[in-house]
Unconditional design. Sequence first.
Length: 678
Amino acid sequence: MSLKHKSKLTWYYVVVAFLDSWRSKTTLFTNATIFTGLCLLILLLIGLKRGLVEQFRADILKSPTATEINWFATHKDLALNESSEQALVESLPGDAIIIPDITRIAQLSRTDGSMAQDVTLQATVPGDPFLAFHDAAIESPDSDSLVISSVVAAELGIANSEVANQRPQVTVTVTREDDDGEKRVHANVRVSAILERKVRTGYLPRSLMDQFEDFSQGEAVPVRGWPSRKSAGKKSFPSYLTFTKRPYKFGDTNRLHLRGLKATKIESNVDGVDWRTIGGLLKPHDLNVYCITSEMAGESTSAYLDFDVSEIEDITETDDVALYWADPIKANLDGQTHTMVGVSGNSRWLRQYFKSPAARLNGVDPFRVILPHASSHQTLCELEMSDGTPISLKRLVTPAEIKSLSRLRVVQWVDDMLTKVDGLFSNMGEMPALLSELPVERAWRSSGFRHWLNDTQNSFNQSQPTLAIVPAELVSAFRQQSEGTLVYDSAVGQFTRPTQSNVYFEGRIYAAVLEDILTIDEELERLGYAVSCSRTSVEEMQGYAGTLDLLVWILQLVAIALGVVTVVVVFLEITRRRQTSIGIMRIMGMRPQGVFLFVFVRALMIAILGWTFASLLAVIASFAMPWMFGAACLYQPADFVNVLIGALVCSSFGVSFHAWHAATRLDPVDAIAGGKVQ
């Protein structure tokens, strides 16, 4: 027999079984009623369980902070910046929203003169659940929109109707304390919503609050034209150089130790340069020279001290004078590598030891330089920073002003004298022509002795170190610029702290769904953050839901067992009563599979009818129960599908034995002889 013929025959048996079952519909509906009760019981339990859990969830979500997780960095490495925040977002489940804690006290004003003082502004983002709970929101991350509380709105004279119609403009003013007084900046925003809250708060987009944070920290905000803090505060230096007529005593070094300082005596030259004379600026002397540094400074760390030189002098009892000192570093000056050393400060009684009074560096002026052994007479020098940025430095003195440092004394003395002689001969017109045509200076410069002196002078100059002596502030800034902690802004001619992304030590995270709170809380605790959230309430809800799930599963298993037993009992009776009809069908040529389908289809029809009636009653109950008993009964399409599958499984298991027995074990002749046609 072909497959197509078998399919037609099977379908024929199914139709016969359906028509025969419908012919005895009274029995069919009676048996379906049993399934209706079992299916309805399961559906009601599922609906009530979901309704109770959703009610519990709704009670938790009545709080605007239900999905809010407050986090606090317990270590500076956990503070969030732009990159670490993105990494944290990617590690959290769902579409979690992170809002760092950016809070500023500001003044709000309008053009009509109305004003609200001391308003606490906080950062927000689109989709902020807290604002959404109060039916408020900002338009976009970069919009200049403002959400204010009803208290602030009343002070500004803003009503909800005005917000809905024209979104009134408000000026936000933030103040910063600078060395030269208060600095105020303004931003014009538009009110997008009013919160019915009795607190003096407002909410601005995070981008604008970040800009206010930059300004408050002293940073410039170029996009809004807000200036940086001009004064960087107290200068920092790596060390100090002290000069004393008497050596330090134990009491002096001990007092320095108690302040975290140590004194190292300079006895001899370092790297071929005599730092006792600051590269030759000081005359040879018998003073005691000490380098004062921090005891915590090591080979791999740079310690910067904030003591004034007068404080260093006051620590010791010995009569001494202190200068700011920066250890020599290599730097490119006018295309040549120089050893740049920093020294500055008030020289007091040390001034008599300078070879030239013009060579003293008094006060703070980081744009001056002394080149003791240079041969050029240029007035400006160009210092190249580590990033290639050039700085123009003004020569404090020219080589001619420090003759003893740059030239041999004998050469300078002879040059000066011959210049005077030449001047004398030029004024004597009666002298012989030979003398007038051959001035003494020209003869001197063309002589072999002069060439020897020139060679000697050049050798002397070439043997001198390429030193660049600048204020200690410049060397410290140069070193910090190389380390990346300072940058040189050529536009303003100042060293400033590089603009960095803001770092936040606390904030809030909003979970996309309530259940994500547990996962986010565990992840944050694993990373080391301190966390505050509604974890307990969510765990109670999940425990409550788990208990109800267990109850429903137990009752479902009981219902399935009862369904199987019911089908077995019912079809035992139905098959016994229908055995004569089955025997006649067999004698008339029905195949065993036809008999199997005849019994099996009847069982499936009973299950489907029972499920249909139960589903209708369950839907009616979902509308009636909240009205009658105040209990929610909620369903999802999957609930009805699962119950249908369960009903079909019960019927299939319960009738399978009877259908198989009727198809293979029932003798047609005995069946006809033992009963009557039903």
